[in-house]
Ligand binder design. Structure first.
Ligand code: SAH
Ligand code: SF4
Length: 350
């Protein structure tokens, strides 16, 4: 894949393929790429000088040409339920957040792909604060490296979700490169089955993603008809439900895997039994499972979370229609780390 990242000088933004090519261009044998990346991702080297199986001259030469960036967290907030929100300051002064979520036997890390988001979904705090910029591959990878460094057993961080700030498919190149580094053998070695990208529904990018990556796909559907979805998610005016679901149908799913459909339940907007029936009918032709996310309220939003009985009633209709349906009780609400609540801005950090 040709890439603007091959010309950048941060190792953390380079896939093994790009680093190999760069080394070859400088007459350095390609096996050095695996050695260098092994030091960076498996032995946690922060400088070339630590790479003792490279000659001194080569270490010096590489450190003149390349950098190895890393993040140190500015702040960690721990929630009553055990989830932790990490705040990172980027080189240009923007902030980005990642949320570490405890599961029964492992951790899941929710990572950001952009500073802000340009999609403007009406129920989302990240969306309501606008778009600042895309993250570089290194800025995605470094969220994971920094959190892993902070864990007493780093190997217990096994699952990743692109569900933090931003629309990952609107930062396509950077996210694909980051995924190659995240799942690479000489990278962070996550299993593709344990990495999930969530999208608001950028149809051409979903098609491309199916060809370029082998990770899970989650789609934020959030409504079962175009009128409601147009109202909640402006992207639906460009890629309405039929086009979105056709892209999901075309998506090359490995055997036994499913697409996750996320559905934020908002009182009086999309939470009626009729909505549940429509949703069940809509997803029938797909290998679909459903995550219901009760709306997380935030200041300035008129939307409300439905009553518990409504949430359970909605779930029951879908269960009766033979879907696997989880109600995702968002973690970290007390520290504003729940879905859609991330909005790291300098002025919030006082
Ligand atoms: N941009 C991507 C990924 C980030 S949003 C996407 O939209 O899929 C991750 C999830 O949080 C999405 O499913 C979104 O619908 C949900 N979400 C956003 N705001 C929310 C809120 N206030 N309450 C509950 N879920 C929310
Ligand atoms: Fe962006 Fe996702 Fe929030 Fe929509 S829900 S504004 S796509 S982060």
């Amino acid at each position: 894949m040709s890439s603007k990242y091959s010309v950048r000088n941060d190792v953390k933004s380079l896939t093994e393929q790009a680093l190999t090519r760069w080394l070859q261009e400088h007459d350095i044998p390609s096996y050095r790429a695996g050695q260098i990346l092994g030091w960076v991702y498996h032995r946690n080297a922060k400088t070339f000088f630590e790479m003792t199986d490279l000659s001194k001259d080569l270490r010096q030469w590489l450190s003149n040409k390349l950098t190895i960036s890393s993040f140190t967290h500015e702040k960690i907030e721990t929630s009553e339920d055990g989830s932790k929100k990490y705040l990172f300051r980027l080189d240009d002064g923007h902030y980005v957040e990642s949320v570490l979520i405890p599961e029964v036997k492992h951790w899941t890390l929710c990572i950001s792909s952009q500073v802000g988001c340009s999609m403007g979904c009406r129920f989302c705090l990240t969306g309501s604060s606008g778009f600042m910029r895309n993250l570089e591959p290194s800025e995605i990878v470094n969220q994971i490296c920094a959190v892993r460094d902070d864990l007493t057993s780093p190997q217990s961080l096994t699952n990743l979700v692109f569900m933090g700030m931003g629309e990952p498919l609107a930062n396509y190149d950077s996210v694909i490169h980051a995924i190659q580094i995240i799942t690479g053998n000489n990278g962070l070695q996550f299993s593709g089955r344990r990495v999930t990208l969530s999208t608001a529904g950028l149809v051409p990018a979903i098609d491309a993603f199916g060809k370029d990556a082998r990770t899970n796909l989650a789609v934020s559907l959030n409504a079962a008809d175009n009128k409601t979805r147009n109202h909640l998610m402006p992207i639906n005016q460009t890629y309405p439900i039929e086009k979105l679901l056709s892209a999901c149908k075309r998506f090359p799913l490995p055997p036994r895997r499913m697409i996750t459909f996320e559905y934020v339940l908002i009182a009086g907007i999309n939470d009626s039994p009729e909505d549940a029936i429509k949703l069940a009918r809509l997803l029938r032709p797909l290998r679909a499972k459903i995550n219901l996310i009760p709306f997380n309220p935030f200041e300035g939003s008129d939307f409300k979370r439905p009553q518990e009985a409504t949430i359970l009633g909605f779930q029951k209709i879908l269960l009766d229609n033979n879907y696997t349906v989880l109600i995702r009780r968002s973690k970290g609400q007390d520290i504003s780390a729940a879905c859609g609540q991330l909005r790291a801005r300098a002025q919030d950090q006082t």
